[in-house]
Design a protein around this ligand. Structure first.
Ligand code: CP
Ligand code: NVA
Length: 311
């Protein structure tokens, strides 16, 4: 039985550094097994509700294939299919899910929805992205760093772009907890919020991580990895003009990659990418990019979260 059995995975704020490392070690084991063709039946007899208010390629496919290939039964439910705070209250839907499923994956707008699902279903709920956090993404990101650099403590990850979005926020928490130096390069208008920065400062103090927020692209100097995400996250489509105006000078292109002054710097992106906006095609499709390993690692890390919390 895992030390994490029965737990939800809603934000990395709820997990200690040791617990995050436990999940990453398990993900590595799972990946090694998968490469040897050793797929087991560890989710046999279990069911997973895959609840989506927003679109997804990687997260849905990772949960669905990781669960299904080990004998589990995933059920995809978009908000067009079910009552979710519409005709039926969210609490009631959660109570019913708790009677029919072993766990719930939720992707949507409010973090509060994921929390309410967890509270009323009494089964593990996994946050597959909310407006505030994207914790399963960050497990895959850190796994990819580990694969490239071995230990991640003391490495420098630079996030360039919308500094206040779900991915940037979750990266800040993960890096602060694991002792990874984290620099957010973003215009002041898109700075991560003070409350989160204060929380992360406490984790960083304990782990030795240095967290920096700056509008200057010079901040990439010495970075082991440059990371970016879309300028316009799902649900913010009306902000397009403003974001393009604010972020155009923060594009990750080969010139910015070279500004790290390290030839071994890798490029990461959670995907989907808008090539020609936040990153140029030559960088994401080029030799420094690890975006495709990172995408694959979504599956191994998500399987690790489900194994640890369900078996
Ligand atoms: N990175 C990620 O969450 O991708 P999807 O939106 O395709 O799930
Ligand atoms: N910040 C992006 C991440 C997509 C995986 C979004 O929320 O749309």
């Amino acid at each position: 039985m895992s030390i994490l059995k029965g737990r939800s995975f809603l934000t990395l704020l709820d997990y200690t550094a040791e617990e995050i490392l436990y999940l990453l070690n398990l993900a590595k084991k799972i990946k090694d097994e998968a490469k040897k063709g050793k797929i087991k039946r560890r989710f046999e007899g279990k069911t997973l509700a895959l609840l989506f208010e927003k679109r997804s390629t990687r997260t849905r496919c990772a949960f669905e294939t990781a669960f299904g290939e080990e004998g589990g039964h995933p059920v995809f439910l978009s908000t067009n299919d079910i009552q979710l705070g519409g005709k039926e209250s969210l609490e009631d839907t959660a109570r019913v899910f708790g009677r029919m499923f072993s766990a719930i994956q939720f992707r949507g707008f409010k973090q509060e929805t994921a929390e309410t699902l967890a509270k009323y279903s009494n089964i593990p709920v996994y946050n597959g992205l909310s407006d505030l956090y994207h914790p399963t993404q960050v497990l895959a990101d850190i796994m990819t760093l580990q694969e490239n650099f071995g230990g991640v403590k003391g490495k420098k990850l630079c996030y360039v772009g919308d500094g206040r979005n779900n991915v940037a926020r979750s990266l800040m928490i993960g890096c602060a907890k694991l002792g990874i130096h984290f620099t957010v390069i973003t215009p002041a208008e898109l700075n991560p919020d003070e409350e989160l920065r204060k929380k992360c400062a406490v984790f960083a103090q304990a782990s030795g991580s240095i967290i920096t927020v700056t509008p200057n692209t010079d901040g990439v100097l010495g970075a082991d990895a440059l990371y970016t995400d879309v300028w316009i996250s799902m649900g913010e489509e009306e902000k397009r003009d403003e974001r393009v105006r604010l972020l155009s000078r923060y594009q990750v292109n080969q010139q910015l990659m070279n500004m790290t002054a390290k030839k071994e710097t890798i490029f990461l992106h959670c995907l989907p990418a808008v090539k020609g906006e936040e990153v140029t095609a030559d960088v994401i499709d080029g030799p420094q990019s690890r975006a495709w390993d990172e995408a694959e690692n979504r599956k191994h890390t998500i399987k690790a979260v489900m194994l640890a919390t369900l078996t």
